[in-house]
Design a protein around this ligand. Sequence first.
Ligand code: SAM
Length: 255
Amino acid sequence: MTGASDFLKRIRQRWHPGDQRDAERAAHSVSDSSEDIERSARTTARAVCTLLETPNLTALNLGCGYGRVDKYIAPHVKTLYLVDVSENMLRLAKARLSEFKNVVFVQGDGQALSTIEDAQIDLVYTMFVLQHLPKEIAFRCLLEMNRVLKPDAKVLLQFPNAKSRFYREDFLYNAVFGEEDNPARVRSYFVEEVEWLVKTAGFDCAEVLEEGYDGKYFNRNEISVIGRKSGVVTLGQLRRHAADTREGLKRGEWS
Ligand SMILES: C[S@@+](CC[C@H](N)C(=O)[O-])C[C@H]1O[C@@H](n2cnc3c(N)ncnc32)[C@H](O)[C@@H]1O
């Protein structure tokens, strides 16, 4: 079995809720009530909808879960692609959004959006998903977002802020209890790192919000990024770049 398919199997095993309450617990603190979760979903959806600059647009959510926010976004777009690795999450999302005929459900392979053609999408949003992936795979997901987005289209990203107490404590817990084998453990990020990753994947950072802001998209522990596609960046281009610079390293050109 290859590393990639082994990883996919492990993340699918991690995300297999039985019902919506199970799925809510996967994405939220266990102390949050269903009403609180629903209220925060509506608030986030309103913020996402402010990014839809004209009517009749096509949006895509990478890692939709049970469709928590998507239920409130579907009425505002022409087509909504909901992508998730988990069959169970998609089953719950289908039930939750059954009234909408403009939603396309896609079971993803964890890193590519292979069924979606290039330059089709006006807005990609993803929340509480990239944080569960190894950073290399999260970066390849950014490249896929770049590929499927139209020129100048926007992306809304969430990353856990490594500077926040919440995520520092989370890291410490994982370190001392040996959680490094948990494939879905949270990987947190510093703002400078996020900006570099997002730019390298072909986006201008139109807006980067971290602690101290008014909670426009997510709560204060999160970094929110609104990126705008600035050009096409492909895996092939970056492979050539990486191979060339590795050769330069061997020749001592990096010192
Ligand atoms: C914490 S939940 C968040 C769900 C949803 N975004 C929300 O905010 O309610 C993480 C979700 O991401 C999905 N997921 C994890 N890794 C993924 C990947 N590489 N590609 C697509 N979905 C993924 C899981 O199956 C799960 O439904």
